[in-house]
Design a binder for this molecule. Structure first.
Ligand code: COA
Length: 255
């Protein structure tokens, strides 16, 4: 079904694996579109309650956009490449189901941007993060200049973006670019552990939290207003009835 990614759903968790190991999982345009398609399809798949995005092998999550593909692009093609990439990242960020980046190695350029578009990032100890685009004569183009600020703050983001320096997984943890660092053999089990926990929560409430948090960063929205609306809307749902009834009757909710 896909040429560049593998998708497997087990225990209600879909794992999307970028499958271009010999190219360090570099994100060519087709790969990005396939990731977008898979994440979009998962939104309507009632079997799927959470998503993991990772890279094949133990060297790279994704070593960036595929340089060999865009090397001869003109301005118009460059703009389209960026706009289309933004649409992919937005689809991930706005997923109503939680998305975790299991960063199993290099997350450079577009790879770092892909990880940042996910709701959570768990890194293996060998992972490396960076935005090396200035070495190639471009700024980041898949949202990196914006999401890096959101995660690590302006000062550190500016330093990483201007220097093109790659940082280790532990430095990424220190700067809050990632949520946790684990040995590589524990990477997928840790992501499953997190999503297994999240899938016991109300999927409706999880989707609302994601929307409220995202709206904080959307200049056309007011996150506080979103929260008031989403909170109110929840009261009309079965999940709310189930969650509150379970609490009052001292039982586990079944969403
Ligand atoms: N685009 C296209 N191909 C890439 C790539 C990218 N972003 N990153 C790695 N590759 C390819 C290499 O060209 C090489 O292909 P080949 O075997 O056909 O020559 C293969 O993946 C292995 O990479 P290689 O550079 O030989 O591995 P390495 O261990 O020596 O170095 C990196 C690893 C990550 C340091 C190095 O590949 C690199 O700097 N990649 C580009 C990172 C980057 O600038 N990303 C931002 C892009 S916008």
């Amino acid at each position: 079904m896909y040429n560049n990614i593998l998708t497997v759903t087990e225990h209600h968790i879909q794992t999307i694996t970028i499958n271009r190991e010999s190219k360090l999982n570099a994100l060519n345009i087709e790969t990005l579109q396939e990731i977008k398609q898979a994440v979009s399809a998962a939104q309507n798949d009632t079997e799927v309650k959470g998503i993991i995005i990772t890279g094949s092998g133990s060297k790279a999550f994704a070593a960036g956009a595929d340089i060999s593909e865009f090397v001869n692009f003109n301005e118009e093609q460059g703009r389209k490449m960026s706009a289309d990439g933004h649409a992919v990242m937005n689809t991930i960020e706005q997923s109503s189901k939680p998305v975790i980046a299991a960063v199993n190695g290099f997350a450079l350029g577009g790879g770092c941007e892909l990880a940042m578009a996910c709701h959570l990032r768990i890194a293996s100890e060998n992972a490396k993060f960076g935005q090396p685009e200035v070495n190639l004569g471009v700024p980041p183009g898949y949202g990196g200049t914006q999401r890096l600020i959101q995660l690590v703050g302006k000062g550190k983001a500016m330093e990483l973006l201007l220097s093109a320096d790659a940082i280790s997984a532990n430095e990424a943890l220190e700067y809050r670019l990632v949520n946790d660092v684990v040995p590589i053999e524990d990477l997928l089990p840790r992501c499953f552990e997190i999503l297994n926990k999240l899938k016991t929560k109300s999927p409706m409430a999880i989707a609302k939290v994601i929307r409220c948090v995202n709206d904080h960063f959307d200049h056309s929205k007011n996150g506080f207003e979103t929260e008031i609306n989403e909170f109110g809307h929840a009261f009309g749902t079965n999940d709310f009835k189930e969650g509150t009834d379970a609490f009052l009757n001292k039982r586990k909710p079944n969403f």
